[in-house]
Design a protein around this ligand. Structure first.
Ligand code: FES
Length: 196
């Protein structure tokens, strides 16, 4: 055992420098965690509402936009299409949209805020394929119904309000996302509300 005198001054210095280095280390290691708590601009943009210009959307036309990585359809339904919606309720699984697949303001016969403008998430409620829009040839799928959406994966069928037909694997109507009109020709998908 050494009989050398204890150098208390040196011991204090070593103690303090260890604490100081530990503090600096903690500061350095904390940075990546703090960074990961803040969502990146890209992540924020991915969840942000999407503005859709419908000023050039022709009657019968469908446009697709992406919101939160999902396809969202915006369709300009003709008067003829709207009139035909009430003619096949008996063929639908949930004609009155009792299942909560839409916001309250789209819980009506058209499943939309304005009858002619239909907004829906274009993902089949069976296993997630994206159905095809058949504006003129849907009658080959459901006799007497001119237009609708057909999912080629396992044959699910939806009408022009995104309501699922009976006898197909999809259990539910298509999802209506939150959206609102900013003005007559612009929709904001992903933002709740009726009309601005
Ligand atoms: S994913 Fe559409 S019918 Fe199966």
């Amino acid at each position: 055992m050494s009989n050398a005198p204890v150098d208390n001054g040196r011991r204090r210095f070593l103690t303090w420098s260890t604490v100081a280095v530990g503090g600096v280390g903690a500061a350095f290691t904390a940075v990546p965690f703090i960074k990961s708590w803040n969502p990146s601009a890209k992540a924020k943009a991915a969840g942000a509402p999407v503005e859709v210009d419908i000023s050039k959307l022709e009657p019968g036309q469908l446009i697709r936009v992406e919101w939160r990585g999902k396809p969202v359809w915006v369709v300009n339904r003709t008067k003829q299409t709207l009139d035909a919606l009430s003619a096949h309720d008996d063929k639908l699984r949930d004609p009155s949209s009792e299942e909560p697949q839409q916001p309250d303001y789209a819980h009506n016969g058209y499943r939309s805020i304005k009858p002619e403008i239909f907004v829906a998430v274009g993902i089949c409620t069976h296993l997630g394929c994206s159905p095809s829009y058949l504006p003129d040839s849907f009658g080959e799928q459901v006799q007497g119904v001119t237009s609708g959406f057909f999912c080629p994966c396992h044959g699910s069928k939806f009408d022009m309000a995104g309501r699922v037909f009976q006898g197909v694997p999809a259990p539910l109507n298509l999802v209506i996302p939150p959206y609102k009109f900013i003005n007559d020709t612009t929709i904001l998908v992903g933002a709740d509300g009726k009309e601005a």
